[in-house]
Design a protein around this ligand. Structure first.
Ligand SMILES: Cc1ncc(COP(=O)(O)O)c(C=O)c1O
Length: 380
């Protein structure tokens, strides 16, 4: 049961949560830029709420509110996409895209650790679904070569994997595959964290949008709520035309739409938060690699620490609580059986807080290169 029902945690302010009667520094969740508590987003949501909470109708009937179409235009502009479409969740957006693409591709090649929503979406494609080994260009190429002639291929992968903050080797993938291949990138964690302007995988690797379908969420780094697709106009039309999920569902609440618009305005003006986050991530990941706690300095703000026994799990929990840090042990698809501690940095964590986390995890002050206190031995 403990695995199904996680403890209740309430956010106090930028980097703190209330847990078991204590205020603890929080490195959980996906609010990587802490925009969900930004005064501008909250003010925008409050103002919008004065005019009603939701449209209470499908976009295809009477629910196509002008604030929603404005957000779609702004998303397309922000991400330099031809078009965009908004839905209530990122999960639903992946499903809706699967429905819209039904029959368009004959073969869907998917990373075998892709997010559950991508895996789920493949059921609608009417294509042969072939998994390839996680982040492995050789495996992808092998599966690709097995296609029959005339196959129409789409590759599905997370643009950033939510547990370790790793990214797929997109350049290498593309180098190995034909130019007619389409790409479906789930960038729910890459938006706001990858690329100088936080535009995600494409900005990070310098790809154009040609034959790329990018699914994002507004509910993580963008601090609001909802899901969206950035794509060519024809694919967006197909969502409106052919996706039961889209046609038969309600768009996100209007205060969240207003907050998302405020979020885009903020990030367009000033990418300081993104830069700060990326600087912290680089530094912290290098410390963790040096301490041999993670295998690579991945670019995402999150990392997993998997203690090798129940006793070690409890020891780390005690150590974290002693350092006033929320022990973010998670049980999630793709995480190790007994659970793992997932930590996520944000742009708003102070050096002191980050140092405290590293000291608690690594436990040896000298490994933390002068940041934060710490004592004791290596975790294990
Ligand atoms: C990789 C990935 N894709 C899609 C989703 C779904 O996004 P949303 O929470 O907006 O439904 C998530 C959410 O955790 C995710 O991690």
């Amino acid at each position: 049961m403990e695995r199904l029902f996680a403890p209740t945690v309430s956010v106090r302010h930028q980097a703190t949560v209330r847990y078991c009667g204590r205020d603890l520094t929080y490195f959980g969740g996906c609010d990587y830029l802490r925009l969900s508590v930004h005064p501008k987003l909250i003010e925008a949501a409050k103002k919008a709420a004065d005019f009603g909470l939701g449209v209470a109708a499908s976009r295809r009937t009477t629910g196509n509110h002008p604030a929603i179409t404005a957000l779609e235009r702004e998303l397309a502009d922000f991400f330099h996409a031809e078009s965009s479409v908004l839905m209530a969740t990122g999960y639903g957006m992946n499903l809706a895209l699967g429905q819209a693409l039904s029959g368009r591709f004959t073969h869907a090649l998917i990373d075998d650790r892709a997010h559950v929503s991508l895996q789920d979406a493949t059921r609608f494609l009417g294509a042969e679904v072939r998994p390839f080994r996680h982040r492995d260009p050789n495996s992808l190429e092998k599966v690709y070569r097995e296609r029959p002639s005339g196959a129409r291929v789409i590759v599905l992968t997370d643009g950033m994997f939510p547990l370790e903050g790793t990214v797929p080797p997109l350049q290498e993938y593309r180098r190995r595959l034909g130019a007619d291949v389409w790409w479906w990138l789930d960038d729910c964690h890459a938006v706001g964290t990858l690329g100088p302007k936080g535009l995600g995988s494409l900005e990070n690797v310098g790809w154009s949008r040609h034959q790329v379908l990018q699914v994002i969420t507004l509910s993580k780094a963008l601090g609001s709520f909802g899901g969206a697709l950035l794509a060519d106009g024809a694919t967006v039309e197909q969502i409106w035309d052919r996706s039961d999920c889209f046609v038969g569902g309600t768009p996100p609440p209007l205060p969240m739409v207003a907050a998302a618009r405020a979020s885009l305005r903020l990030l367009k003006r000033d990418s300081d938060r993104i830069r700060r986050l990326q600087t912290s991530v680089q530094w912290v990941k290098q410390q963790l690699v040096n301490a041999r706690l993670i295998p690579e300095a991945s670019p995402g703000p999150m990392f997993l620490i998997s203690p090798n026994s129940e006793a070690a799990t409890k020891r780390l929990r005690r150590r974290l609580l002693a350092a006033s840090i929320y022990p973010s042990l998670i049980h999630y698809p793709g995480a190790p059986e007994g659970g793992a501690y997932r930590f996520a940095l944000s742009s708003e964590h102070s050096e002191e807080e980050i140092g405290r986390l590293l000291a608690a995890i690594i436990g040896v002050a000298s490994n933390v290169k002068g940041r934060g206190p710490g004592s004791g031995g290596r975790m294990g």
